[in-house]
Every structure is written in structure tokens, then in C-alpha cells.
Ligand binder design. Structure first.
Ligand SMILES: Cc1cc2nc3c(=O)[nH]c(=O)nc-3n(C[C@H](O)[C@H](O)[C@H](O)COP(=O)(O)O)c2cc1C
Length: 220
């Protein structure tokens, strides 16, 4: 049956389930005092922001979020990064679409993880394409960080599981970025509701590289 997009949200979309085994024995876990740890506090404060202010995002803040993805030890074999990757194949690449960042022209950039800089792919105001890039649920983010997978990097070792491993890697990267945003006091929201073809076109992706995830960030 076709769903009415304007109709009421089905209860099955709202109710959150979790499993329980009421009749089974339990093992109590030690009580933890989360207030002692900045990391745990940051986890507690993580949430999605969908409405962003007109305040331009500081370039330094964009840089800090991107650099949660970095090579820590290039001399280790395989190199050590801040996030795990299935078989150290590192299929995920990062791009930025800038809408409103201080001292960064609007446009499309590739984040070069080795040099920790942005490579300019397209200098263009893409505000009119926001709906295709950030979904209809978000209002006014300052930048979208797109995560793509160069699938053959992983497929050559893991076959069709390369796709799954790319998603897992993207999830690790996304969580690091979300926690960095809490620490910086800026808003962020994971987005998968973008138009894949539009993103592929604007990022100038060639075959075998696909957009899989994005993190929108900005001041609240
Ligand atoms: C894979 C993934 C895709 C998501 N895509 C979207 C999206 O397209 N639009 C959106 O508004 N939120 C999106 N979200 C955010 C979720 O809606 C949000 O995490 C969830 O409602 C829980 O809210 P919280 O993050 O504030 O705890 C996505 C989250 C994940 C993990």
C-alpha cells in the first residue's frame, strides 16, 4: 500500500523497541560515575541538531571536525588512523560542501587526509541545491561533510562485504565527528536523505566511488 507522505506518522516509526529476557537470571554491572569523564559527558550530550543559525561556522571548527579523521602513525604498516577500517583498506573519502563557513568560499572540496588540507573541486554557491544535499528536514547548516566509498579498495580483499565494511567505517568516522561537535559546542546531524546522483555529480565522483553518508554541521 502506498503511504501518504503528508499523512500521520505511523506508530511503528515512533515506538522504540529493545530486547529483554525477563525470566532469565541477571548479572548486575558496576555503577559508573559518568560525571568524572569529559568523554562520557560528551557522549551524554550528543544529539542531532536540525536548525542552524546564520552565524558562519569558524574555519577552525570545520578543521577540527575534519581532523578527527587523521593519520596518527604513517610509519606503522598499515598506517594507524583515528578510526578503524576493515583490513586497513580505508575505502572512505571525505568531501565538504561549504554553504556558510568563515574565510572559505562556497563550493565543493575534497579533504586530503595526508596533507590535512582542502582541495578545491568547485567554487560555486550551492545554496539553491540544499534540498537535494541536506534533505528537507534540515535548516541552514553551514557545511555538509560527505563520506564516500571507493568500493574496489575494500572489494579487492573482501568481495561484496566491502560495502558493509565501508558503512561500518563511515559510522566510526561519523561518531568521532559527532563527539567533536559536542566538544566544540556546535550542532551536527547525520544525513542520509540526500539525492545520491546530485552528490555524485557535484563531487565529480567517477565509477566505483559512491556517496554513503553525510554529517551536516554549523552553529546552533
Ligand atoms: C544512518 C543515519 C542516517 C540519518 N539520516 C538522517 C536524515 O537524512 N535526515 C535527518 O534529519 N536525520 C537523519 N539522521 C539522524 C537521526 O534521525 C537521529 O539520529 C535520530 O532521530 C535520533 O536522534 P538523536 O540523534 O538526536 O539522538 C540519520 C542518522 C543515521 C545514523
Amino acid at each position: 500500500m502506498q503511504k501518504d507522505p503528508e499523512g500521520p506518522v505511523p506508530i511503528s516509526y515512533i515506538h522504540v523497541f529493545h530486547k529483554e529476557y525477563p525470566r532469565f537470571k541477571k548479572v548486575d554491572l558496576p555503577t559508573i560515575d559518568y560525571s568524572d569523564s569529559e568523554f562520557e559527558t560528551a557522549l551524554d550530550y550528543r544529539e542531532s541538531t536540525r536548525s542552524f543559525s546564520d552565524d558562519p561556522l569558524k574555519l577552525e571548527h570545520l578543521s577540527k571536525v575534519l581532523q578527527t579523521c587523521r593519520i596518527v602513525d604513517p610509519n606503522r604498516n598499515p598506517e594507524r588512523r583515528t578510526y578503524p577500517s576493515g583490513g586497513a583498506r580505508f575505502p572512505v573519502e571525505l568531501y565538504v560542501i561549504c554553504y556558510n563557513v568563515e574565510n572559505l568560499p562556497r563550493g565543493v572540496y575534497h579533504y586530503n587526509i595526508r596533507n590535512r588540507n582542502l582541495e578545491v573541486l568547485l567554487e560555486k554557491d550551492l545554496n539553491t541545491r540544499r534540498r537535494e544535499l541536506i534533505s528537507e528536514y534540515l535548516d541552514n547548516p553551514a557545511a555538509s561533510i560527505f563520506l564516500t566509498t571507493v568500493l574496489p579498495r575494500s572489494e579487492i580483499k573482501y568481495g561484496h562485504k566491502g560495502y558493509t565494511y565501508s558503512f561500518i567505517e563511515a559510522g566510526h568516522i561519523g561518531q568521532n565527528m559527532q563527539i567533536a561537535c559536542v566538544e566544540l559546542g556546535i550542532g551536527c546531524c547525520s544525513v542520509s536523505g540526500f539525492v545520491d546522483d546530485t552528490v555524485s555529480e557535484l563531487l565529480d565522483l567517477v565509477e566505483d566511488e559512491f556517496p554513503i553518508y553525510s554529517i551536516c554541521i554549523g552553529n546552533r
